[in-house]
Design a protein around this ligand. Structure first.
Ligand SMILES: [Cu+2]
Length: 441
């Protein structure tokens, strides 16, 4: 990023087609007004059989970890000089169960950095060398783990991939019904991460896999503030160093991830849930109505209070007969209205091989296809959805940002919803407690 004035190619900012927006998403079979639209009770059926998930990469590119409690995560990794670390064929195997395909592929899809004064705008992945900036890690940076050498084209061998575990405290706690016993478990997560340097910034790109089936994706920005950006004299900066000078220019880091699920190895569908709260009348209590909307066409989605999305398997069901799904749980975000591709929080597009990066796309799409994710939301029916998550951080520098800059994290989680019939870590003596407990004395 030595070229301070490099600018991304600016495409025409076509207005998002109205058909892309929520209003036209096809509603699910909607019950009468005021009736909660939660998933239909399933018809009784035997446990779905799980096709075996076989490793599709050689041992050198495989990550397998059995965590405390008996759950196993399994995946393949590869490396791109644009996207950096890519994880493929990610499966979760609950204790005592068969492996469940969670993600067919997951990776970063852009880090877009526009400066508040309009003087610079970077696409760190496809325009500023993110992938080539893979850093050698010291053993101490991967405590208790394994450092793997990554062959980076034109760079060479970089000891840049850390695979390790990290304690995260309680997985659960429950006092026993009688006596003084406590059911509790302390959990460890599998962590997989790289550090990529772009200009003066260093991005820690971290994937976290928990024993309970949760996946976390986070990017931590550290390194240094850009030394050539202490020139904000127009009110768009913050004084760093002594007195009222050296104003570091404020900017944003809009981080995009691209997720292709293929839950349970089948076709996915997308659902959006919205809850509406009605204040009480008279002496009553507030009520809440939750509605489900099937997202059957491509969508540029906006986060909203009490709104969430989930990716649902078209085929896989848990032992209770409920469709397996993963819920998208965004972390804090500063949504940046500056570009068509930054102003929405999540995108669901029909999967297409050339659509690889959320902006400044380098996939070989047709000349008129547009080069950012917002352009690809154009009314297609979603039969094979790709999920794009955008988490923004508006960075107004502070004195503490030097030196080095403390890590600032931004990201999201994928939370399992009905992947297993119970908490996959349920201890054996509670295994019968599925469904409404008996109220008999
Ligand atoms: Cu920053």
């Amino acid at each position: 990023m030595t070229d301070r004035h490099h600018r991304r190619t600016r495409g025409t900012l076509a207005a998002l087609a109205a058909t892309a927006l929520l209003g036209t998403a096809t509603a699910a079979a909607t019950p009468a007004s005021g009736t909660p639209a939660l998933p239909n009770p399933p018809s009784p059926r035997p446990t779905a059989s799980h096709p075996p998930v076989t490793a599709v990469c050689s041992a050198a590119y495989r990550i397998t970890k059995k965590l405390d409690g008996g759950a196993t995560w399994n995946m393949c990794w590869r490396y791109s000089t644009d996207a950096g670390l890519i994880l493929d064929h990610v499966t979760y195997q609950p204790p005592g169960g068969a492996p469940v395909r969670v993600l067919s592929s997951a990776r970063l899809a852009q880090i877009h950095v526009p400066y508040d004064d309009g003087g610079a705008e970077y696409d760190d992945l496809t325009g500023a060398g993110f992938g080539w900036g893979l850093q050698d890690l010291k053993a101490a940076e991967c405590p208790g783990g394994t450092l793997t050498t990554v062959k980076v084209p034109e760079v060479g061998q970089v000891k840049g991939l850390c695979t390790t575990t990290r304690a995260r405290g309680h997985a659960y706690r429950m006092a026993a019904d009688s006596g003084t016993g406590v059911h509790q478990a302390q959990a460890k997560d599998l962590l997989v991460y790289t550090v990529n340097k772009v200009g003066w910034y260093e991005y820690i790109s971290e994937w976290r896999f928990s024993a309970d089936g949760t996946v976390g994706a986070n990017v931590g920005a550290t390194g240094s503030l850009s030394p050539v950006d202490y020139n904000a004299t127009d009110g768009r900066g913050w004084p760093i160093g002594k007195g009222a000078r050296g104003y570091a220019t404020s900017h944003a880091h809009n981080v995009f991830w691209k997720l292709d699920f293929g839950l349970d190895g089948g076709k996915d569908r997308i659902e959006q849930y919205d809850s509406t709260v009605t204040p009480p009348t008279g002496d009553g209590s507030p009520t809440v109505t939750t509605r489900r909307t099937a997202v059957t066409k491509e969508l540029a989605g906006d986060a909203k209070n009490m709104r969430w999305w989930r990716v649902v398997s078209g085929t896989g069901k848990n032992a209770d007969g409920h469709a397996r799904s993963y819920e998208i749980v965004p972390g804090h975000t500063d949504t940046h209205a500056g570009r068509g591709f930054t102003k929405h929080d999540v995108y669901f597009t029909q999967a297409r091989g050339c659509e690889q990066y959320a902006s400044n796309n380098i996939g070989n799409c047709a000349p008129n296809a547009g080069d950012s994710v917002d352009k690809w939301v154009n009314g297609e029916t979603l039969t094979k959805p790709t999920v794009w998550v955008n988490i923004g951080f508006h960075h107004i520098a502070r004195d503490e940002d030097q030196q080095p800059m403390p890590v600032h994290w931004q990201g999201f989680q994928l939370a399992p919803r009905d992947v297993t019939a119970m908490n996959p870590l349920t201890p054996a003596d509670l295994a019968s407690q599925n469904g409404q407990p008996s109220l008999e004395p």
